[in-house]
Write a protein that binds this ligand. Structure first.
Ligand SMILES: [Zn+2]
Ligand SMILES: [Zn+2]
Length: 298
């Protein structure tokens, strides 16, 4: 049950966020504040993952005949936006602190809380990673990846606070926070970029298009022709539509058998692909008038 693991990661995110927020309140360190905010983002991500696993996995219905996989983009938009806002907030706070350093009391206690939070995160990441591999769930593995990133930034934060503790260099704290903000900004940017690419119906990656071509080439050798090939991704689902040109004297049954075989071959090469075919007589000039991607233009 992937849902059980999604709940586990939500529980872990709540715990670590509370511990790190406690660390920030004790020490008023911006590095710990950014670490706590990152856990907040992880909480958001975990919630979104749970939502995605339930909504996006639903089979197509009359209201959403192409399936619900595009709901994943809403999830990643929320996640990317949240990460971006956190990055800006951290950067602004850290910038202010660089110019007006603040004393950091109770550093050891704050570090201890963060170490505890990091242990919880690390353990959860390991469990999610194992489950994600066993259940072949991309969402769970992505979630584990987020948690691991959080572990590394926490380790960086604790090391930095250790330096502040032994040297008294207060500037180390905001510098670490700025580095974390930069990292978060990059992660958020990539998430939003992927989201936009999916929402505007970008064609499948070139490697997947090449796989598709190898399937079609098998049939070209048998004298069948193709054109107007269109591809797009929608979350975990893929959509392919193509015109198939066969001899005009084929029976409907013969043609339909070919369509079914081709659709199956494509779905086997690229799992989760919905294929829509349009059959045309190869000798008829009319068939070749719609080679372009725009079929009917008004
Ligand atoms: Zn059919
Ligand atoms: Zn055509």
């Amino acid at each position: 049950m992937p849902q059980t693991y999604a709940w586990l990661s939500i529980a872990a995110a709540v715990c670590t966020m509370a511990l790190k927020a406690g660390g920030y309140l004790l020490t008023s360190s911006v590095a710990l504040l950014s670490d706590a905010l990152e856990s907040g983002v992880n909480l958001l991500a975990a919630g979104v993952t749970l939502w995605m696993l339930t909504v996006a996995a639903q089979p197509p219905d009359t209201e959403h005949p192409f399936g619900h996989s595009k709901f994943e983009y809403l999830a990643s938009a929320v996640e990317g936006g949240g990460i971006g806002i956190a990055a800006v907030g951290i950067a602004l706070t850290a910038w202010g602190r660089l110019h007006q350093p603040v004393a950091l009391p109770a550093l050891t206690e704050g570090m201890a809380l963060t170490v505890l939070a990091t242990a919880i995160n690390g353990g959860t990441a390991w469990l999610l990673w194992r489950a994600g591999r066993r259940l072949r769930s991309i969402a769970l593995r992505a979630d584990a990846h987020h948690l691991l990133t959080d572990v590394w930034t926490s380790v960086g934060g604790v090391l930095g606070l250790g330096i502040v503790h032994y040297t008294g260099w207060l500037w180390v704290d905001p510098v670490i926070a700025l580095a974390m903000a930069l990292h978060l900004a990059v992660v958020g940017y990539h998430l939003l970029q992927e989201t936009v690419a999916g929402l505007v119906d970008t064609a499948l990656p070139l490697a997947e298009q090449a796989l598709l071509q190898t399937v079609l080439t098998d049939y070209t050798a048998q004298g069948i022709r193709f054109h107007a090939l269109r591809t797009r991704g929608a979350g975990r689902r893929r959509f392919v539509s193509v015109h198939i040109l066969v001899p005009g004297d084929w029976s409907v049954k013969q043609g339909h058998n070919l369509c079914d075989r081709l659709e199956q071959a494509i779905a086997q090469t690229l799992p989760g692909t919905a294929v829509i075919t349009h059959m045309e007589p190869v000798e008829d000039p009319l068939s070749w008038q719609d080679e372009d991607l725009e079929r009917f233009t008004a």
